[in-house]
Unconditional design. Structure first.
Length: 210
């Protein structure tokens, strides 16, 4: 069951019950590419961008970018998306993981039922087919780092070089580091919504905000 908060002045519509906020973990982003502007663009590719967890912008915090997005739960979840970034020659497959995810179908990807109760899945079984499950438990978000990242920390003796690199590399090291071509590693079949997105049309690498 999905509950939506409403105020006295709210105008109730179908979207009021289908758009729900989720924290999404964006994995497989290139090193030193995390920024608020990129978070906004990716959030709007997934659904409606709401906010970004500031600590997740730092490479030393964790391996993913954490953004809060309004998602249309009447549509299949996105496992990820093929995107084109300005500084990479090839398309890149980025993966999405959803925190505190409700029950969802491993066959059609829609929230609210299990695959063994999915009409599409059962129809294929009745036809004598053995349908693949395109979705799975790997789409559930990973635990967050136990301690909050301190972006203002000056003593890096125990925390290693990552905080220092994150704070300075974008203006010093990043311009001279080659950006490797990352393997797409996408699923063997993708939906229309998961196929190529030209992030470079909306996002300028030279004008990032932090």
């Amino acid at each position: 069951m999905i509950l939506c908060p409403l105020s006295v002045l709210s105008k109730v519509s179908f979207n009021s019950f289908t758009i729900n906020p989720f924290w999404v973990q964006v994995n497989r982003l290139p090193f030193l590419s995390k920024s608020k502007s990129l978070a906004r663009v990716i959030g709007n590719l997934i659904g409606d961008f709401l906010e970004v967890h500031d600590d997740s912008l730092n490479e030393g915090w964790g391996p993913f970018l954490r953004i809060r997005v309004g998602i249309d739960v009447s549509k299949p979840l996105l496992r990820g998306q093929m995107v084109t970034l300005p500084w990479l020659q090839d398309e890149l497959w980025i993966e999405y993981r959803y925190e505190r995810m409700l029950d969802f179908c491993y066959s059609c990807g829609i929230i609210g039922h299990f695959f063994y109760k999915c009409a599409q899945y059962l129809e294929k079984v009745d036809e004598g087919l053995d349908p693949d499950l395109e979705y799975g438990p790997w789409m559930e978000g990973a635990p967050l780092p136990k301690s909050s990242y301190d972006r203002y920390k000056q003593d890096f003796s125990k925390s290693g070089p990552w905080p220092f690199i994150t704070r300075l590399a974008r203006n010093t090291i990043s311009p001279i580091l080659p950006h490797p071509t990352l393997s797409p590693a996408s699923p063997h079949s993708t939906t229309i919504r998961e196929k190529g997105k030209q992030v470079c049309q909306f996002y300028s690498y030279s004008r990032r905000t932090y």
